[in-house]
Design a protein around this ligand. Sequence first.
Ligand SMILES: NC(=O)c1ccc[n+]([C@@H]2O[C@H](COP(=O)([O-])OP(=O)(O)OC[C@H]3O[C@@H](n4cnc5c(N)ncnc54)[C@H](OP(=O)(O)O)[C@@H]3O)[C@@H](O)[C@H]2O)c1
Length: 169
Amino acid sequence: MKVSIIASITVDGFIAQNVEQSSLRWTSKEDTKFFVEFTKKVGVLIMGSKTFETINRPLPDRKIIVLTRSKKYDQFSLDQVVAEGREIREVLEELKTSGQKEVAITGGTSIYTQFMKAKLVDELYLTVEPIVFGSGLKLFNESLDQKLELIEIIDLSRQTKVLHYKIIQ
Ligand SMILES: NC(=O)c1ccc[n+]([C@@H]2O[C@H](COP(=O)([O-])OP(=O)(O)OC[C@H]3O[C@@H](n4cnc5c(N)ncnc54)[C@H](OP(=O)(O)O)[C@@H]3O)[C@@H](O)[C@H]2O)c1
């Protein structure tokens, strides 16, 4: 099963100015379209509860697995949003066993960092937006030493590019 991180970053490597900030507040419409198309193709998204709080609704034609040790999402149907408190490896194993071919890791910082540290990621899609924050939440917030290979640069517009990397295992 292919595991891909998808994230939008500022030129200085931030994914948000603060934990409440939705990415829709600062990313381009081209990037939103890319995110929607990519995640619909993949079908299953894994995100942390704080990121889900910035969305707070199901996303059409996708299943969201929300990592949380404390919250429940009983108001949503199980094929739309599920709360998951198990180890991230177990969550991936179950998806693989169920026949899932791809999964998108959609943030935030704590989730991106845990998946990278555990070496569970195959590919990285980073949309670089022409903006700097100077401070805020980084893409990763723990020490890592991971080499990548740039596979392609996807031109979303003159201003916005997606850097598509493969993780060198
Ligand atoms: N620019 C982008 O592409 C992008 C993408 C995604 C998110 N973001 C931004 O990132 C920010 C949120 O990031 P964040 O790091 O603060 O929070 P987060 O990673 O979205 O969520 C953290 C929460 O996830 C749960 N969690 C984390 N690890 C877990 C594990 N192993 N097992 C079970 N539950 C686990 C905990 O939830 P409980 O406290 O409920 O137990 C934890 O408080 C927001 O501002 C959001 O907009 C940006």
